[in-house]
Design a binder for this molecule. Structure first.
Ligand code: ZN
Length: 455
């Protein structure tokens, strides 16, 4: 043991030297991480058969399999996946509260519900082993990104039903990190804790990380002075341009994380140190990419809807879940040595797509343009309305602090250029409203970027 930090006379002994490599290997599922492509495929065949047999114990899947004339014992290889039915969000809602549960109540140790804004939520159940496996997935994700047991981790997202809170928390603890469960909100306290406890890794939504930075800049403080080396950002879509902007402001590295509550939460796919796509943990999830209209498999490397099947969940296996997320699989070998294939950055969710004047627009396309400009801040809002029976889009965006030099003409011409650039990206003219830094509603959780007031 050796002393690492001295905090106000309080000495933190970090325990890296205490954990044997074998123990660490077990904690993060090293045997799964090191699998070759053939080993992954072999494992998937066995795990899929187990998962389908387990799913058949639930009222929902037993009925669905029966209606299709499907015998679970027919599923012998991962290639049999297409014989199985797709599961939609609506199926999960219909199976509320517990039609997909496969075990006795006493075996369940936790449930989460997804954030349904209307009607019944969807409930996801876990046995002790399920929770352990989830923690392992999260721990290995953090490890491959470069986090170690001597890092101090501050969790800046909400706890409770939101899976990002407990998911990252259990994973970071499992890796052996010093965890501060600070939760959402209370920006001043976050900044104080990061500084006083030499936090090296944070987890936040991108919009909240931006909010904290802008608050510090407004107070004449420098986010770089916090010394954070790594940030895990997730729970809302954000662009490569937003990542770059946050990295420039904080001087940390941002790692993309992908997950969804139906598949536990975070820990489904995560970037390694190369940050060229997110390694999908294929021992735990069988991935397909389908054409969302025809429901047929997309061609190799093509963008389509991600469909996932749980391979290691007992209480509630989900078969061929339509995530609505649009992405593609990167099959090339990653130089980090990990053979789990990667997911490319999400193109968007089919649910997020806006149709404006008949044109398909993703909010991420707009963000991409805004974040290219250093004179603009990180907070923006897309407003949709109708005028004279025509869709109108207004993009409100904050000007970066100190970017306005007093000349309205300069500002007008900058706005004109921005409008032109945006038109090239989305295909029609949007109104642009430049507003003062800090004047748009701040986000402490998932940012609300679109307000649709059209009838
Ligand atoms: Zn890699």
């Amino acid at each position: 043991m050796n002393a690492k930090y001295t905090i106000d006379g309080f000495i933190h002994i970090h325990t890296t030297g205490d954990i044997s490599m074998n123990e660490l290997h077990d904690r993060i599922g090293g045997r799964f991480m090191a699998m070759s492509t053939d080993e992954i495929r072999e494992w998937q065949s066995q795990a899929l058969a187990r998962s389908v047999a387990q799913a058949a114990k639930s009222p929902f899947y037993s009925e669905r399999f029966k209606n299709m004339g499907l015998d679970p014992s027919d599923i012998k290889s991962w290639e049999d996946i297409t014989k199985l039915p797709l599961t939609s969000k609506e199926d999960l809602r219909l199976s509320y509260p517990a039609q997909m549960l496969t075990v006795d109540q006493e075996q369940v140790i936790r449930m989460h519900t997804s954030s349904g804004t209307t009607g019944k939520p969807t409930a996801i159940f876990h046995t002790r082993e399920d929770i352990d496996n989830w923690a392992e997935l999260m721990a290995r994700s953090l490890y491959q990104a470069g986090a170690r047991s001597n890092d101090v981790f501050q969790n800046m997202t909400g706890y409770g039903m939101f899976t990002g809170g407990l998911g990252l928390h259990y994973g970071a603890e499992r890796l052996g990190m010093w965890v501060i469960p600070a939760g959402a909100g209370n920006t001043a306290r976050h900044i104080m804790l990061i500084r006083d406890f030499h936090v090296t890794v944070i987890h936040a939504t991108p919009s909240y990380a931006m909010h904290v930075a802008e608050r510090m800049l407004q107070e004449g403080d420098d986010p770089k002075s916090l010394g954070i080396k790594m940030a895990v950002l997730g729970a809302e879509p954000y662009t490569e341009e937003m990542r770059q902007k946050l990295q420039d402001i904080y001087g940390f590295k941002v790692f993309n994380s992908y997950g969804l509550s139906e598949m536990n939460g975070p820990g489904v796919a995560f970037e390694c140190e190369n940050r060229n796509g997110m390694h999908l943990w294929e021992d735990s999830y069988l991935a397909e990419i389908i054409n969302p209209d025809t429901l047929q498999p997309a061609g190799e490397g093509e963008v389509g809807e991600l469909v996932l099947t749980t391979l290691r969940r007992t209480a509630m296996p989900i078969i061929r879940y339509r995530t609505r997320d649009l992405t593609r699989i990167i099959a090339d070998k990653c130089s980090c040595g990990c053979n789990h294939r990667r997911l490319a950055r999400m193109v968007g969710r089919s649910d997020d797509m806006l149709i404006v004047r008949g044109v398909n627009v993703f909010p991420s396309q707009i963000e991409e343009v805004l974040m290219r400009h250093k004179w603009l801040g990180g907070n923006y809002l897309i407003n949709l309305s109708t005028a004279a029976a025509l869709d109108q889009m207004t993009v409100k965006v904050e000007i970066a602090k100190d970017a306005f030099d007093g000349s309205l003409d300069t500002l007008r011409s900058k706005r004109g250029e921005l409008q032109k650039e945006l038109k090239e990206q989305i295909g029609f003219t949007a109104q642009i409203e430049l507003v003062e830094s800090g004047s748009l509603p701040a986000s402490e959780g998932k940012a609300k970027r679109v307000i649709d007031e059209r009838g």
